[in-house]
Design a protein around this ligand. Structure first.
Ligand code: PLP
Length: 632
């Protein structure tokens, strides 16, 4: 467990049981299941890997925790207001997830945030006009007439849409449309704070940020609303300083500035009711509890306390009522509920070649190389490593000038790896690894071929080097003996994972168990519920994986819903190929080949059958362990 720091990033949802398997729990004692067993039983239901498993109960627990932290903070600071969470749909738009979120959030009137017109469509249809009357619908993002009209008309349905002005020019359009429709809007302004977020998304604020109004813009909005007798419509102040804010200091600065703007807006006559602190509540992806970007140096309660205390303080100083507090936490709510489980298809290890002494008439370079190899011991291994590199280089030059044959070049390569193996054995026994051999383990690392596409399932690992916890989900009673990296099945050298979680810095190798083709080896990638699914792309035409929702209670679990992954026919249709047409083209090809007698009738039937089957199959590889071969 310590190798993967599962307590650090996984508590209270993930652990390891006495069988050495990863467990998943809902956060409620007793509601725990064995992930490896679940995977086997899903496979028995014909749901092949890679599989994205969602646990709506974990989603419910995340919302309950956020709600309870806010309630405790409000209690502690005698905050006479309430908290209304909204979920930013952009974080994960999938219907089953949004439905689960709305259902579980109902108890606290959890609302939704839309950042675009399609997301507004989802939000309006998801919040029930009867039972979700108290839920808020925060309308962010660029807006056109259709967006504004729809949101304004929806005010007649139940849940309250609040139009947040992100661009100065939006105000006039909103005022015109609301006059035409005779519907009074509830308005918010998104402020470009001076306080900066930090890390990858830190430039979501400041004067040059993409969204929001400068303070001068906000004052202009107030004046314009005043002039049109609509200042009472301005009720909300919003800011968002970026996602995954790893240092609590950045959050404190932002909320201090925003609270003051809020109070000043009241002083200017606005009818302020809500302060929306956006997203940013971070997830501890590496479990280090530090301000290293994949982590965070605060917990949810600290976050709630700091926000509540700062707002209360600013309002008390100016003697105004505290606002209803809104947060748009996406990552912190949705990350934990999804696990991607995938299998290993094969490995590539640095082989330990059997090297033989060179013949007496072998070139001097090879004979010297052999002597170096033979002489390696604990007193000279460092120097020998540099010699081995030099000999390998020399052999390459000799080969390029025609002085070494292909077989002799192969001999030198074998000698190089034989030297590396001897040196690795010595390093393993060393207390301290010399600086220049620090990346030696990486040179000797194995590659495990993973049945997934990094581009489809964890695009942030490829695009912005985001780290996610990855570990085997079984065999955890067995000491891992291999250090390796993961390569996916796309034909792209970027389709790899060679950075893994570790306190304060990423490490380049993952501890893995030895692999053999007759046994499945399952790895899990955790905390992938936010942003990954929708931003994944079809590189090499690997499509969506199978997705299941599993509900857990003290009687065990049940598969609540299944969304089958893309078939090859489906992904081909995204690039305008029609499965039937393709099959017909192939049939014509085989007829021609039959006529030319380059193929037998039996072969044509087998080929066409395979082609037709593939069209209806998953884009990922199927492992046939009985015949020990890969078949699509
Ligand atoms: N609100 C807005 C306006 C955002 O742009 C984002 C995402 O960056 C969020 C909320 C969600 O942020 P997070 O996932 O960090 O909670």
């Amino acid at each position: 467990a310590r190798l993967y720091n599962i307590e650090g990033w996984g508590d209270p949802y993930f652990g390891i049981n006495s069988q050495g398997n990863v467990t998943v729990s809902t956060g409620i004692e007793g509601n725990t299941l064995d992930l490896a067993e679940v995977v086997e039983s899903l496979k028995a239901r014909n749901l092949d890997l890679p599989l994205l498993i969602r646990f709506p109960d974990i989603l419910a627990d995340r919302m309950a925790r956020l709600q309870s932290c806010m309630a405790q903070a409000m209690d502690r600071y005698n905050y006479q207001g309430s908290y209304r969470g909204v979920f930013p749909i952009k974080c994960n738009q999938n219907r089953h997830l949004i439905e689960a979120l709305v259902k579980h959030g109902r108890a606290y009137s959890f609302g939704l945030e839309a950042g675009s017109k399609p997301e507004l469509m989802i939000a309006l249809a998801s919040l029930d006009s009867g039972i979700d009357k108290q839920a808020l619908l925060i309308c962010n993002g660029y807006k056109d007439r259709e967006y504004i009209e729809t949101a304004l008309l929806a005010t007649k349905l139940g849940p309250k849409p609040i139009l947040v002005i992100e661009q100065p020019q939006e105000l006039d359009l909103i005022l015109t449309i609301s006059q035409e429709l005779d519907i009074k809007p509830v308005l918010g302004v998104r402020a470009k704070l001076d306080s900066k977020g930090i890390g990858r998304w830190g430039n979501s604020t400041g004067d040059r940020a993409k969204f929001g109004l400068t303070i001068a813009d906000i004052v202009r909005v107030v004046r314009r609303l005043e002039a049109t007798d609509r200042l009472d419509c301005l009720q909300l102040l919003h800011f968002h300083i970026g996602s995954q804010i790893s240092a609590i200091g950045a959050i404190k600065n932002a909320i201090r500035e925003a609270s003051e703007i809020y109070v000043q807006l009241i002083k200017l006559g606005a009818n302020m009711q809500y302060l929306d602190v956006g997203g940013g509540l971070a997830v501890d992806y590496d479990g280090s509890k530090t301000n290293f970007p994949p982590s965070k140096n605060y917990n949810m309660q600290n976050y709630a306390n700091d926000i509540t205390a700062q707002i209360k303080d600013a309002c008390d100083r100016s003697n105004v009522a505290v606002p209803t507090l809104i947060s748009e936490s996406g990552r912190a709510v949705a990350s934990h509920q999804s696990i991607l489980v995938f299998d290993v298809l094969g490995t590539s290890n640095v082989s330990y070649p059997d090297v033989l002494p060179p013949s007496e008439d072998a070139p001097l370079a090879i004979r010297n190389f052999w002597q170096t190899y033979q002489a390696i011991d604990s007193t000279n291994f460092q120097e020998s490593y540099h010699d081995a590199i030099a000999f390998k280089q020399e052999a390459l030059s000799l080969f390029n000038f025609g002085y070494l044959s292909l077989t002799q070049r192969a001999e030198t390569e074998q000698l190089y790896w034989a030297c590396c193996h001897k040196i690795a054995a010595i390093i393993n026994e060393c207390d301290r690894i010399p600086d220049d051999l620090e990346n030696f383990a990486e040179i000797m690392a194995s590659t495990y071929y993973a049945n997934l596409s990094v581009f489809q399932s964890i695009p942030d690992a490829w695009a912005i080097d985001q780290l996610f916890p990855i570990m085997p989900i079984h065999r955890l009673n067995e000491q891992p003996t291999v250090k390796g990296t993961l390569a996916d099945i796309t034909c792209d050298s970027d389709g790899k994972i060679d950075r893994f979680i570790n306190a304060k810095q990423a490490k380049h190798l993952l501890e893995l168990h030895s692999w053999n083709s007759s046994q499945p080896y399952y790895l899990g990638m955790f905390l992938v519920g936010a942003y990954q699914e929708i931003m994944g792309n079809l590189h090499n035409l690997f499509g969506d994986t199978n997705v299941v929702h599993i509900e857990i209670d003290n009687n065990g679990y049940r598969v609540e819903s299944v969304v089958r992954g893309d078939t090859i026919k489906e992904v081909l249709s995204y690039v305008q190929y029609n499965g039937e047409d393709l099959l017909e083209t192939m049939r014509c090809r085989t007829e021609k080949a039959l006529q030319n007698k380059t193929i037998t009738l039996k072969e044509t039937q087998k080929l066409l059958q395979n082609y037709a089957d593939s069209l209806n199959n998953s884009t990922y590889l199927k492992v046939d362990r009985s015949s020990r071969s890969l078949k699509q």
